[in-house]
Design a binder for this molecule. Structure first.
Ligand code: KIV
Ligand code: ZN
Length: 521
């Protein structure tokens, strides 16, 4: 019988630390629900001491009791640990995760603490957490750059104090597979009691080796992998959940290990996270990228037609990508639409289905054939995004190659009242953004503008993803429409709404959030 590797998802904690990836409470709840459908073992829902907003979202997720263990992160101090406990205790199964940095560089320059002090702090924190909860994880931050004998001492102390999971982070994505394998084998040899706890791995992707390093750790005895959907996270990101799960599944004869993840939910999960965070999936991304199952070269296509295993090691349906040649159009009914949505792996409730169907009908009036990509774009508009306070009602754009473009935009506020503004700009997108800024009072600085086609043909919907800066924070969002200027305006409005909702959500906790900047983690 094969052994089980637990999947610890940290999309809502480490993933959210990626620049521009902050999510609202409602968005986090949607993702947590989908992670439960994926059947991950543990959801790290956040860092409750970071801000009242973070505390509230961890608590809301724990109180929903979706099924997986709900975990919260804490530094080694009583305040953080109490906050995590208060936030997660609503979940039937919950975990407190404490961490402290152990490498020389962090000891000297960040913590200014001696080796013994760090050990005492780790032991005290784990003991306190164990008094509150039976399930306690300990992480020596920057473990991969820590002297091995000292790392073994810290880990021994944490186990003695009652840690039930020991997580080894490659915090800065520095290690390589052979070296990480040695590190895990060293700990297994030199730490008493290590076989009685779950050994875990947490990798970052700075050198593009997060998945390879995680798999090396698994080969050396790790039985929990910490990862995020689409690999989002600090800097270059974390180990990608879909890649590590599919590697273990596809190469089961090599690893002889299994996860509990329902791989057919990977694609919808990936699309939902991309839509909510605005962090687009690269076309050539393993497992969930648009090209992951596309075969261009004639010789490959010929082989595929003879037998798909000639060039395909996974089937698209294994990851929830049920591509078919079926195309919907304006005569397609609600049933056909609903069936297609389900085949694409999305679960919508009645209200969302109705909204999506209305959008589908509007789109089918504008374009003859509606492809899977168009349907996904519609669902993302009704599913992933939270609404308001502003909604786009109408827009009219005028361009002239010899004069500035002008845009008249009409928005509706939460009470449904229309307000309109006209602005000019160097091109229709600039004019539309200026009109939006006049109406909402939010003036963002545009840093990045990406346009991609959701399906095929000149009438395909354009998906525009923008990255903007507002008061020192970076935001990303996506908008879709057959009119690419409207798609850009929708993306800008989504960003504006996120900023306004964040302002409402954060209220007066903004200074606390700034104090607890990423550098302290
Ligand atoms: O990368 C890291 O070291 C972390 C820890 C807090 C586990 O995210
Ligand atoms: Zn991390």
């Amino acid at each position: 019988m094969s052994d089980r590797v637990r999947i610890f998802d940290t999309t809502l904690r480490d993933g959210e630390q990626a620049p521009g990836c902050s999510m609202t409470l409602r968005e986090k709840l949607r993702i947590a629900k989908l992670l439960a459908e994926l059947n991950v073992d543990i959801i790290e829902a956040g860092f409750p001491a970071a801000s009242p907003g973070d505390f509230e979202s961890v608590k809301a997720i724990a109180d929903e009791n979706f099924g997986p263990v709900i975990c919260g992160l804490a530094r080694c101090n009583p305040g953080d640990i109490e906050k995590v406990h208060a936030a997660v205790k609503g979940a039937e199964r919950h975990r407190i995760h404490v961490f402290v940095a152990t490498s020389e560089i962090h000891r000297e320059h960040k913590l200014r603490m001696a080796k013994e002090e760090i050990i005492r702090s780790a032991q005290g924190a784990v003991r306190m957490a164990r008094e509150l909860c039976d399930d306690v994880e300990f992480s020596p931050e920057d473990a991969s750059r820590t002297e091995l004998p000292y790392l073994a001492d810290v880990v021994s102390a944490a186990i003695e104090a009652g840690a039930t999971t020991i997580n080894i982070p490659d915090t800065v994505g520095y290690t390589v597979p052979a070296e990480f394998d040695e590190l895990f084998r060293y700990l297994k040899q030199h730490v008493a009691g290590i076989d009685a706890v779950t050994l875990s791995v947490h990798c970052h992707d700075d050198l593009g080796m997060a998945v390879a390093n995680s798999l090396a750790a698994v080969r050396a005895g790790a039985r929990q992998v910490e990862c995020t959907i689409n690999g989002i996270g600090e800097r270059a990101g974390n180990c990608s959940l879909e890649e590590v799960v599919m590697a273990l599944k596809t190469r089961a004869e090599f690893f002889n290990l299994e996860t509990g993840v329902d791989s057919t939910r990977l694609y919808p999960a990936s699309r939902l996270v991309a839509s909510i965070t605005g962090m687009q999936i690269p076309r050539n991304k393993a497992v969930v990228g648009e090209n992951a199952f596309a075969h261009e070269a004639g010789i490959h296509q010929h082989g595929m037609l003879q037998h798909s295993s000639t060039y395909e090691i996974m089937r698209p349906e294994d990851v929830g990508l049920a591509r078919s040649s079926l195309v919907l159009g304006k005569h397609s009914g609600r049933h056909a639409f609903r069936d297609r949505v389900a085949e694409l792996g999305f679960e919508l409730d009645e209200f969302e289905t109705n909204r999506a169907f209305q959008e589908f009908k509007k789109l089918a009036d504008k374009k003859k054939d509606v492809y899977d990509g168009d349907i996904e774009a519609i669902i993302m508009n009704v599913d992933g995004k939270s609404t308001g306070p502003w909604a786009l009602h109408r827009m009219e754009v005028q361009t002239d190659s010899d004069a500035p473009a002008s845009a008249t935009v009409t928005l509706q506020n939460e009470s449904g009242e229309p307000v309109a503004a006209t602005a000019t700009g160097d091109g229709p997108v600039a004019a539309a953004f200026a009109a939006l800024a006049q109406l909402t009072g939010i003036h963002v600085t545009l840093h990045k503008f990406d346009l991609h086609s959701a399906s095929v043909g000149e009438d395909a919907q354009g998906e525009v993803t923008i990255t903007v800066e507002y008061e020192g924070n970076s935001y990303r969002a996506t908008g879709a429409s057959v009119d690419i200027v409207e798609a850009a305006a929708r993306a800008c409005l989504e960003v504006t709404n996120r900023i306004l909702r964040r302002q409402q959500l954060d209220g007066d906790d903004k200074p606390a959030r700034e104090k607890l900047s990423r550098a302290t983690i």
